[in-house]
Write a protein that binds this ligand. Sequence first.
Ligand code: SF4
Length: 356
Amino acid sequence: MRFSSKFSSGLIFSMEKKDIKDFTIEELRKELNKIREASYRAGQIFDWIYKKGACDFSGMSNMPAPLRDKLGRIYDFGNIKLKDRLESCDGTEKFLFELSDGCFIETVFISSGDRNTVCLSTQVGCKYACVFCASGTKGFIRNLTVSEILGQVLFLQHNLGLNMTNFVFMGMGEPFDNYANLSKAILIMNSTEALGIGARRITVSTCGVIPGIEKLKRLGIQVNLSISLHAADNKLRNALVPINKIYPLEKLIAACKDYMGEAGRMITLEYILIKGKNDSSKDAAELSRIALDLKAKVNLIPYSPVPGKKFKEPSRKDMQEFKEALVKHRVNAIVRESKGKDIQAACGQLAMRETS
Ligand code: SF4
């Protein structure tokens, strides 16, 4: 949004409004200095936004009204709008958000025992075209801003009062394809001045973008890494997860080992079981070899049908048998129940419906 602003110098100029939630606290301090305001105000603004859920400057009562007006002329909040909320009979909730340019994203809230996990999106669409995935169907549209990534957490926490314990970047998009905004959002989530979420409660899931794994390793906080593996040999993985042609399994495994050594964290392998595709005993043996090599836990997820895709969903028995085959190889494997089947919970389905 364009506007004219008059500062104390009397100079009138035109500038674009900046999104206040795109800044880390250090960046906001510098911003405030630039507009000749005290940098300590950054702490107050962060407190209002992240701890109290403010969506504009008007209620920031510990700041004088002229300052609030001035900030409102320079910054906006890039608030995302809730367009739809679907609740599954198993308690899973799916939220469809509209962004300022009319794009849609999804956020999923999964409650299981004492864990309330929120699955966050990082992009509108996705360019990686994994063949079983709804998010990749329409291709890539754009990256989410830092504010739009954080906006999902803030909306669920402050507008809906949901108590979230775990945060996974496993929604629409490949997180490492939007590394700059993802990493900044993680640092803000982790910072005690903002949301104060422990790094160990944050997981980034990638389809295998090695440069992203290398950058995350240098972020300086111990975020969990999860690999969307879905196939344990290169031929099948090339067909299901095409990025494997650029970053094949042997290189991906080496990058994971490097991450574990540097970040001191365990890795999780996500494996969507597709009936008749990646569920043979040979697949189980290959997957076990990788899991044991990485000392990784395997999450088995039943394929959730996506309209227009020809893949078959496995039965509970198929899931159990595949898990037992892994356990026989001494792999720590668990079956993740398919949550929210009645609310189109496969990633990207709701947004795809909205844009088609
Ligand atoms: S599975 Fe992930 S990386 Fe693959 S197309 Fe879907 S959103 Fe993109």
